[in-house]
Write a protein that binds this ligand. Structure first.
Ligand SMILES: Nc1nc2c(c(=O)[nH]1)N[C@H]1C(S)=C(S)[C@@H](COP(=O)(O)O)O[C@H]1N2
Ligand SMILES: [Mo]
Length: 173
């Protein structure tokens, strides 16, 4: 019986750490690495010196269909502007079809984008690495740097809180 109480206590304390202390995940810079000529370390200040975009409004919709929040605007930099700065290394034109970009968060959350999707479809216009939401710097629950693919139908999935790394990769077979 005591063991059960102890387990419940441990579970509750782990759970509350996760819920009450999002600060543990906060990221202060994003690293851009992998198949790039220029590896980057981008802080919020560094992002502010790049081509700024201020988006229009969007709901953030979970895969379940639930609207998680309604956002008036994001401020940040297009993912493709960041990749242009990092300069993707490529040997042949056909290889672009095999390039994908892995975005990783500090809690282990991961999503991918294809090179073609970003640079060769309209969707890439609204994939934004952001540091402000509704005109304010991000709260610890998602900041200080995050990413969203605004035009996805269920755009909650590729809304990445606590963005930590952007890795350029190529499929190998
Ligand atoms: N780093 C990170 N980002 C994440 C998630 C996550 O677990 N970790 N969950 C995603 C999911 S499933 C949704 S619906 C949206 C909105 O989640 P929120 O309710 O935490 O804002 O964030 C997404 N971003
Ligand atoms: Mo979700």
């Amino acid at each position: 019986m005591n063991k059960i109480i102890l387990l419940i206590f441990i579970a509750i304390s782990l759970f509350s750490k996760e819920v009450l202390d999002p600060k543990q995940y906060e990221t202060h810079q994003v690293i851009v690495e992998g198949l790039v000529l220029n590896k980057l370390k981008l802080t919020v200040d560094a992002l502010k010196t790049m081509d700024t975009v201020i988006t229009g409004p969007t709901p953030v919709v979970c895969m379940s269909g639930e609207t998680k929040e309604k956002v008036k605007s994001y401020e940040g930099v297009k993912l493709k502007s960041i990749l242009n700065k990092a300069d993707i290394v490529i040997n042949s034109g056909k290889d672009f079809n095999k390039i994908y970009i892995l975005a990783k968060a500090s809690d282990g959350y991961e999503v991918i984008f294809s090179y073609n999707e970003l640079f060769n479809t309209q969707n890439g216009e609204n994939v934004v690495v952001f540091y402000k939401k509704d005109g304010k710097l991000l709260e610890p629950r998602e900041g200080k740097i995050a990413l969203i693919s605004m035009d996805d139908i269920k755009n909650g999935a590729r809304h990445i809180k606590w963005l930590e790394k952007i890795v350029v990769k190529k499929i190998t077979e």
